[in-house]
Each structure stands twice: as structure tokens, then as C-alpha cells.
Design a protein around this ligand. Structure first.
Ligand code: TGC
Ligand code: FAD
Length: 415
């Protein structure tokens, strides 16, 4: 075994370096049920290219940028080059033209490194490009999609407001006719918006004068539009989060999506993003499990590796069981997504289950590492803190339970 020479040592600087430098060799794990056999050669090729990029460009900097709480802007081009922006959208608009399993695999491999980076890609692909592809005019698609795919433009998605999080139907952000036949006037504020501090465009959900929710593209530079950053997060520190503030912003009527009205607009986009998160969270869980397993085999206490103690084996065996179940869940969901048969409740089940299991795995893995588990020498605490946002955004753990509850009972328990 690669780690044998460390067995009589403590976790020194040298062994931590060894641990890091050997990590990619173990990247095919965990695959307890030989799930790779369900993937095509193309899926495996995509996975390998994302892994190679993550290993070269992201892993070496991730801890530092997380500690400093900055989004590393220079990775945008790399993310675009590996096809992380809108991989599931058609090639005719400069997008990936790939299937939903490929999309999931890309999210998994990014979040295996860091949920904040995956967040940036999810927002761009599922919450900015997807609604433009699905609901915008042909001219808007041609204007925005190729540049968004290349990362030449970055976007954000404004649904949540200070007083309306789980219940976006109550939003108060609104627009009215400017009276010039060309523009509308937008007022209101959105909160907790990923990518907002650097986004070039924002897909904003706001009510028209009839009180109907519409999607509208707001561009940076429009007078009265500001994007103050939200600081002091202990979670998703590599993702830039902020507000969107609209103070009598004049927006061209042509920027309003013609083809959708009502809450189903934003919720349709969330289906795509929540699906990606169910794969992504699994990536974070895999990284925590891999890290804990290797640490348990190396770390000696009472004269033997801690992996030899039943209590630690229970943790590891339960982790791999839950990860394997989650892998099967997302693979099947990916097939249903490809066939256009996945329901919102099925997506809620996967998002809720996989994020919760990732949090459980992170918490157990951190314990296996003892004191080392709280340091930035290992990724576990960062994953754990990140996942506290992932379990809340895109519908909280409780909201997804209520969506499932309504699906199976027919009873609405939201209000
Ligand atoms: P409700 O009356 O149930 O539905 C209103 C209309 O929407 C339709 N609908 C859906 N359509 C497509 N996909 C779905 N998943 C849908 N769910 C519902 C529904 O059929 C209806 O259509 P119509 O034609 O009859 O008008 O709506 P409600 O007001 O009772 O709310 C339902 C609820 C609570 C489930 C929904 O509001 C919800 O999901 N709340 C959670 C909010 C949320 O997830 N926010 C996410 C903000 S974005 C974000 O967090 C990005 S983080 C990104 C990152 O960094 O990665
Ligand atoms: P609340 O809705 O106030 O919920 C508080 C608690 O009450 C939760 O536990 C919830 O489950 C519970 N609760 C609420 N209603 C019910 C009910 N009916 N029954 C039982 N329990 C209930 N939003 C965007 O639009 N775009 C983004 O890019 C974006 N990025 C984000 C990034 C980060 C880092 C974070 C933390 C959030 C982001 N969000 C974004 C917002 C996110 O979607 C919301 O935080 C989330 O939807 C929950 O809303 P809230 O925080 O207002 O909580």
C-alpha cells in the first residue's frame, strides 16, 4: 500500500504533503457498486478532463482563497474551457450540447474540490443561461448565450428578497411602464445572490403592474442598479455573494422574457440547478470519505491504525453505504432528466437526501481526523461549512421535505 511507510509516524508536515500528492491516485474511489460501468466513455472522458483541470488549477489554490474569502476570478476562463457553463444546453448557442449525466459529473467533480466554485458554475449554467435559453427571445439567446458559455459574460439570479426567502411568491420587487414605449422602471432589492458582486448581467424575477412574476435581464451599468457584497460568511467563502438593489432602474422592455409568467419561471430553473447540486454535494461527500479513510489507515493510536477500531469502521462503513445509495439516486435521476421525465418532487428528494448525507459524512469524517479535522490542512471543515449553505439555498431541507410531503399526500403543508 502506498501509505505503509507512514504507519509508524504521526501526521507531520511530510506526511501531509505525501497525503496531498498521492490524493489523485485514489480519485476513482469510492465506486463500491461499480457505477462506472453505467457511464459511457464520453462521461468518463469528461470526468477525467474536469479532474485534471481541478487538480492543476483549483486544488493548489482552494485553501488559500477560502481562507481569504475571495472568489478567484482568474478561474472563470478555465471553467468555461472545461465546459462548466451550460454543458446541458444546445451547441447551436455555443453551449456544451451534453446530456444531464455529463452535467451532473461536472458538478460532482467541481464540488469535490469546493462547493463555492460549483455554485458559480451552477448559477451561470442553470440559473442564468437556462432561463435565457428557455424563456428569452431568439435575439436575446444569440446576444447572451455564446458569451456566457465562454465566461466572457458572467451572470447571477435574483429571486430571494430580504423578506421573502422560502416563499418567493410574496416578492415585492416590481416594474412599471416607463411611459416611453421602450422601457420599464424597476424597483426593489434581492438578497443572498451568488455571483452578484462581479456579475455582468442579472436574471431578476419581479412583478409587473398586474402583480404577475416576470423574468427580466438587468445589465451592470444601468443607472440605479448596484450590487453590494455580503461579507463575513463562514460558508461558501470562495463564492462571492451580494445583494441586487434597484432604484428606479430603466430597463428596456425587450429584456423581459416574453415566454413565461408566474413562479413556474424561476422554479423551472431551480429544477435544473437542484439536480446539479444533488451530484455536487455527492462530490463533497466523496472527498470527505476518501480523506477520512486514508487518514484512518495512517493514523496510529494505542499502537494500531485507528481504522482497526470498530467505532471508526462503523463511521466509514455507513458513509460508503450512504454515498453508494446517493450515487444510484443521481444516476437514475440523470436518466429521467435526459428523457424529460424527472418530476420536481424527484429532484427535491435527490437534493435533500444528497446534501444531508454530505453534511453527515463531513461531520463524521471530521471526527475521524480528530484535531487535524478542524484545520485547513484537510478539506473536511471547509466542505462542512460550505454544505451549511448548500442545505439552505435552492430550497431548504425542510422545504424539500414539504414538496415531497405534498407530492405523496396531495396536502399542502406550506401554509
Ligand atoms: P405553487 O403554487 O406550488 O407553484 C406556483 C407555480 O409554479 C409551478 N411549480 C413549478 N414549476 C416548475 N418547477 C417546479 N419545481 C415547480 N414548483 C411549482 C406550479 O405548478 C405553479 O404553476 P401555475 O402554472 O399553476 O402557476 O407555489 P408556492 O408559492 O406554493 O411555492 C412553492 C414552493 C414553496 C415549493 C416554492 O416557492 C419553493 O421552492 N420555495 C423555495 C425557494 C427557493 O428554492 N429559492 C431558491 C432561490 S435561488 C438560490 O438559492 C440559488 S443558490 C445558487 C448557488 O449558489 O448555487
Ligand atoms: P427562510 O425562508 O426565512 O427560512 C428560515 C427557516 O424557516 C428555514 O429553516 C426554513 O426551512 C423554515 N421554513 C420556511 N417556511 C417554512 C414552512 N412553510 N414550513 C416549515 N418551515 C419553514 N437566492 C437567490 O435568489 N439567488 C442566489 O444566487 C442565492 N444564493 C445564495 C447563496 C448563499 C450563500 C445563501 C446562504 C443563500 C442564497 N440564496 C440565493 C438564498 C436562498 O435560496 C435562501 O436563503 C433560501 O431559499 C431560504 O430563504 P431564507 O434564508 O430567507 O430562509
Amino acid at each position: 500500500m502506498a501509505f505503509c511507510h507512514l504507519q509508524n509516524t504521526t501526521m507531520t508536515e511530510a506526511s501531509i504533503d505525501f497525503f496531498r500528492s498521492n490524493k489523485p491516485d485514489l480519485y476513482n474511489h469510492p465506486d463500491f457498486y461499480l457505477m462506472d460501468e453505467l457511464l459511457t466513455d464520453e462521461h468518463k472522458l469528461i470526468r477525467q478532463s474536469v479532474r485534471d483541470w481541478v487538480k492543476k488549477e483549483l486544488s493548489p489554490i482552494i485553501e488559500d482563497v477560502a481562507q481569504k474569502a475571495i472568489f478567484p476570478m482568474h478561474i472563470i476562463k478555465g471553467l468555461a474551457d472545461i465546459g462548466a457553463f451550460g454543458p446541458q444546453l444546445p451547441a447551436e448557442y455555443g453551449c456544451g450540447g451534453l446530456d444531464y449525466i455529463s452535467y451532473g459529473i461536472i458538478m460532482q467533480e467541481l464540488e469535490r474540490c469546493d462547493s463555492g466554485v460549483r455554485s458559480t458554475a451552477s448559477v451561470q449554467g442553470s440559473l442564468v443561461m437556462y432561463p435565457i435559453y428557455k424563456f428569452a427571445s431568439e435575439a436575446q439567446k444569440r446576444k447572451y448565450l455564446p458569451k456566457l458559455a465562454k465566461g466572457e459574460l458572467m451572470g447571477c439570479f435574483g429571486l430571494t428578497e430580504p423578506n421573502h426567502g422560502s416563499n418567493p411568491a410574496g416578492m415585492t420587487t416590481n416594474f412599471r411602464d416607463a411611459g416611453d414605449g421602450k422601457n420599464v422602471i424597476l424597483n426593489g432589492a434581492k438578497m443572498w445572490i451568488s455571483n452578484s458582486p462581479f456579475a455582468d448581467i442579472a436574471v431578476v424575477w419581479a412583478k409587473n403592474e398586474a402583480g404577475k412574476i416576470k423574468g427580466i435581464v438587468v445589465e451592470r451599468g444601468m443607472e440605479g442598479f448596484t450590487t453590494p457584497e455580503t461579507h463575513n460568511k463562514w460558508s461558501l467563502r470562495t463564492s462571492a455573494t451580494g445583494e441586487l438593489v434597484f432604484n428606479d432602474v430603466k430597463v428596456p422592455i425587450e429584456n423581459i422574457f416574453p415566454d413565461v409568467e408566474g413562479l413556474k419561471g424561476p422554479l423551472t430553473c431551480l429544477n435544473s440547478a437542484r439536480y446539479g447540486i444533488s451530484w455536487g454535494a455527492l462530490g463533497a461527500a466523496m472527498d470527505c470519505y476518501d480523506t477520512a479513510l486514508r487518514y484512518a489507515k495512517e493514523r496510529q493510536q494505542f499502537g494500531r491504525p485507528i481504522a482497526g477500531f470498530q467505532l471508526q469502521q462503523k463511521k466509514l462503513a455507513e458513509m460508503i453505504t450512504e454515498i453508494t445509495k446517493a450515487q444510484l439516486l443521481v444516476w437514475r435521476l440523470g436518466i429521467l432528466m435526459n428523457e424529460g421525465r424527472a418530476t420536481p418532487a424527484q429532484i427535491s428528494m435527490a437534493k435533500r437526501n444528497n446534501v444531508a448525507l454530505a453534511l453527515d459524512v463531513a461531520r463524521e469524517a471530521r471526527q475521524i481526523l480528530g484535531g487535524m479535522g478542524i484545520t485547513g490542512e484537510y478539506p473536511i471543515m471547509r466542505h462542512m461549512m460550505n454544505l451549511e449553505s448548500v442545505v439552505t439555498y435552492e430550497g431548504t431541507h425542510d422545504i424539500h421535505l414539504l414538496i415531497l410531503g405534498m407530492e405523496i399526500t396531495g396536502e399542502n403543508a406550506f401554509m
